[in-house]
Ligand binder design. Structure first.
Ligand SMILES: [Zn+2]
Length: 218
């Protein structure tokens, strides 16, 4: 009796041991194959991430707004030129976009108003900070009001009142085309800076339109 039970127990133990070993082996094998799958999944994820980044760039540019309503023409490009005002060679740090006086200017990219000014050649102007990008809009209508409540850009006729430090979404009306500062005609002098360095705004506009062409085709 006792012997039989022992035999049975040892059999059971053998069966249990074999099952445990077998399941361990299966688990290990499974684990190894999972690891291999993980590696290929990771590689795939990296590839997917890269293509997502590529897609993101065009998608991101689509979020930008063309900065002028009733746009007529580009009257002066970015780079060195003979100044129409002084007649001397100078660096033109922005892009000039002509539009009828009083046309609205739209915020190119969502950001925070980091500067308001009306006492330089740039005229009544607003500077918006969007991450590492800075965009400046010159020669606008209105003036800067520095009251006890803070600094404001005021263009009552245009219904514009923007506070320094205010968050402004892309496409929002932030001012109107005017003649303030040093200018020979109504236009927006638009300046773009990335990490403090000047960027040709036309190159950014080209990227934006490339993105729009892709989205309308798909
Ligand atoms: Zn200009």
């Amino acid at each position: 009796m006792i012997y039989r039970i022992r035999v049975r127990w040892s059999r059971w133990l053998a069966i249990i041991a074999a099952t445990v070993l077998f399941s361990l082996a299966v688990n290990n094998f499974g684990h190894l194959s999972l690891k291999a799958a993980d590696v290929t999944e990771e590689a795939g994820a990296v590839l997917a991430e890269n293509s997502l980044v590529a897609q993101d760039i065009s998608a991101v540019w689509e979020k930008g707004s063309f900065p002028v309503e009733n746009f007529q023409s580009y009257t002066s490009g970015f780079g060195y030129r003979i100044s129409p005002v002084t007649g001397k060679r100078q660096f033109h740090n922005g892009l000039d976009l002509a539009a009828p006086r009083g046309s609205y200017i739209r915020n190119w990219w969502g950001g925070k108003v980091s500067d308001l000014s009306d006492n330089t050649a740039c005229g009544t102007s607003i500077t918006i900070q969007s991450g590492s990008w800075q965009h400046v809009y010159c020669h606008m209508e209105g003036h800067v009001d520095d009251s006890r409540n803070g600094k404001f850009l005021l263009d009552r006729e245009g219904g514009i009142q923007i506070a320094l430090g205010q968050e402004v979404p892309a496409g929002a009306r932030i001012g109107r085309i005017g003649m303030s500062g040093r200018t020979t005609g109504p236009h927006l002098h638009w300046v773009l800076k990335h990490n403090g360095g000047y960027i040709d705004p036309a190159s950014v506009l080209r990227e934006m339109f490339k993105g729009q062409a892709v989205s309308s085709a798909s």
